[in-house]
Write a protein that binds this ligand. Structure first.
Ligand SMILES: [Zn+2]
Length: 590
């Protein structure tokens, strides 16, 4: 096979990038990176080298003193442009000078007013899924791993961080010059940078939390359990391989809950609630240091290999830290999120398989809870079949056997077959659509108690004892549309429309919008103007757009805020609003 990854131009018969030396100036005025990428190649030999790029302006390609012939292919909307370089005899390193575009899909250049403090601009990258190529010309496939070093030049008043060790900090004129080194090999989607007015605070022996000054103290308190989480993870998964476990709280427009960038986990500020009720997501990002960063899905067709294993590991960690009942509740909420996505994807059943075939499909638009929660249920089904202890040993062996390698789902299943024999119907789980009939059911006494309240208003004594997880399970279990009186009573009693816990707020607004509870509309519009996290944007825009009375509001809200979201979020919401408009048109003409 020459092109094994449907989202990359990398040809596996060509040399492979093994090290990146990157010299970058971040120009906040023109919103571009002015950069030189030097790629050291393994297996270098004369002939073509194909790299992935998107919207890069290449100025020169050289090897030593020699100018090399290169050609940039026509841009494909999903894949970007292939950069083909003709390697001469003896060229083990190529040097590419280029500039990114202001529309780079990996980068968000935030204006000061888009940050928490509102005083300085902020730049951050998000390379997963296939956006590293809009920041650096590279073999942008998780099947290729490389180490890197970087020099990042930024305005002197800002701080620069990367998914790497900071090796030097100096100033030169009005520029701060930062040196970084990542000695472990990692796939391109884990390349990450952030530049902003940032302060750091030590919260553990190997952890600093970085955040804008106004957010720092709250962030330090919220994530203070980081070391306990890492040691718990080590106990389950083996020694932590990446040195430091620093955390970075991003501006509100950050499109994800978190991103497992090595040595520097990116986190959404929506996790900061003041009661540590949402820190399971930090456990998730920590678990990725093993499942994903060490053993990596070979392409986005196998994304569950990263995410299913990580959800499984996350729940092993939280089980030990907060107990099994709360973890089972989280699993139940996860299952209800999955079922909503399976329903949403009813017209695209192929996207409900674990084994995806995403040729020509934008992986961000195709992404759903299937990889996470169906992947989790698959592993849980195996664990229930072979017993928890045996599965725990299997997980450790799997991580030891495949560290620093990329796997397909078929590879995982072959290994499971060899180690655990036919524990479940592997092929049905891997290739089948939807959920197998015998998928694990999740029960816990806490969940039963919440379910007993059902579609009614809980009394204040009961709900007063509920944790944030129980509230989420209750709200996720409400079946809209619900009567107006019930919604009013719930809101009057528990102030849900003004909840400070944004997960509770999200679930409440969803059921409220789908029940036609009007006070939820301005609260939703307000939330969509404040956050950029896709987990919030996707269902809330859907709910507004599905209702003829608020469809236009959804369009207006997106027109107003779309430019403030991360480019990935803008692409995803554009596609979802188009789908809703199409459905509405279908209804009209039917
Ligand atoms: Zn994940």
């Amino acid at each position: 096979m020459a092109l094994p990854d449907p989202h990359s131009h990398r040809d596996d018969t060509q040399p492979t990038v093994e090290h990146l030396s990157w010299d970058v100036r971040a120009d906040f005025d023109s919103r571009v990176l002015d950069a030189v990428a030097e790629l050291r190649l393994a297996g270098a030999r004369p002939g073509p080298l194909d790299l992935d790029t998107r919207d890069l302006e290449i100025t020169s390609v050289t090897a030593g003193d020699a100018e090399l012939a290169w050609e940039l292919g026509a841009p494909d909307p999903v894949m970007g442009s292939r950069l083909r370089i003709e390697l001469p005899e003896g060229a083990g390193t190529v040097r590419i000078a280029y500039r990114t575009s202001p529309g780079s899909t990996a980068l968000q250049w935030c204006l000061p007013e888009q940050t928490a403090d509102g005083t300085h601009p902020f730049l951050y990258s998000q390379c997963q899924t296939i956006h590293a190529r809009s920041m650096v010309p590279i073999q942008d496939t998780p099947a290729v791993r490389f180490s890197y070093e970087a020099t990042l030049r930024v305005p002197a008043e800002l701080t620069a961080l990367m998914s790497a060790t900071t090796t030097s900090v100096s100033t030169s004129g009005d520029e701060g010059v930062y040196g970084f080194r990542q000695d472990q090999t990692m796939p391109s989607y884990l390349l990450a940078l952030a530049v902003g007015r940032l302060d750091g605070k030590e919260i553990g022996p190997r952890s600093i939390v970085w955040a804008e000054p106004s957010v720092l103290e709250a962030a330090a308190w919220e994530f203070a359990e980081v070391e306990e989480m890492v040691t718990t993870a080590e106990d389950i998964l083996g020694p932590y391989a990446w040195g430091r476990v620093d955390l970075l709280v991003l501006p509100p427009s950050y499109p994800y809950g978190g991103m497992e960038n090595p040595q520097l986990i990116f986190l959404t500020p929506t996790l900061i609630t003041g009661d540590r009720s949402l820190v399971a997501l930090l456990a998730h990002e920590i678990a990725h240091a093993w499942t994903g960063n060490l053993v990596t899905a070979a392409s986005l067709d196998h994304f569950w290999v990263n995410e299913g294993f990580t959800i499984y590991a996350e729940r092993e960690i939280t089980s030990r830290m907060v107990g099994r009942d709360l973890t089972e509740l989280q699993a139940a909420v996860g299952r209800s999120d999955l079922e909503k996505d399976l329903h949403y994807l009813a017209d695209r059943p192929e996207l409900t398989c674990l084994r995806l075939r995403l040729n020509g499909v934008d992986p961000d638009v195709a992404s759903s809870y299937v990889a996470l929660e169906k992947g989790y249920l698959f592993l849980r089904a195996i664990a229930e079949s072979v017993g928890a202890d045996r599965f725990r040993r299997f997980l450790r062996d799997y991580l030891d056997t495949f560290r620093f390698r990329a796997l397909t789902g078929e590879d995982v299943v072959a290994y499971a077959r060899a180690e655990l024999s036919e524990a479940v119907d592997y092929d049905e789980w891997l290739f089948g659509t939807g959920l197998p009939d015998d998928a694990p059911t999740i029960v816990s006494p806490l969940l039963d108690a919440v379910r007993a309240v059902g579609q009614t208003v809980p009394d204040e004594e009961t709900a007063g004892r509920w944790s944030a997880d129980e509230w989420q399970a209750y709200l996720a279990g409400l079946r809209a549309p619900l009567p107006a009186e019930l919604m009013e009573e719930l809101d009057a009693r528990f102030g849900l429309t003004t909840s400070a816990n944004q997960e509770i707020l999200r679930l409440w607004l969803l059921v409220a919008l789908r029940s036609g509870y009007r006070p939820a509309v301005p609260a939703t519009i307000d939330l969509l103007g404040r956050v950029g996290r896709l987990k919030f944007l996707k269902p809330l825009y859907d709910a507004l757009a599905d209702d003829p009375e608020t469809r236009e509001l959804a369009e207006e809200c997106f027109a107003r805020n779309g430019g403030r979201y991360h480019p990935i979020a803008t692409t995803v919401i554009t596609a979802r609003l188009a789908k809703a408009a199409q459905a509405a048109q279908g209804e009209q003409s039917a």
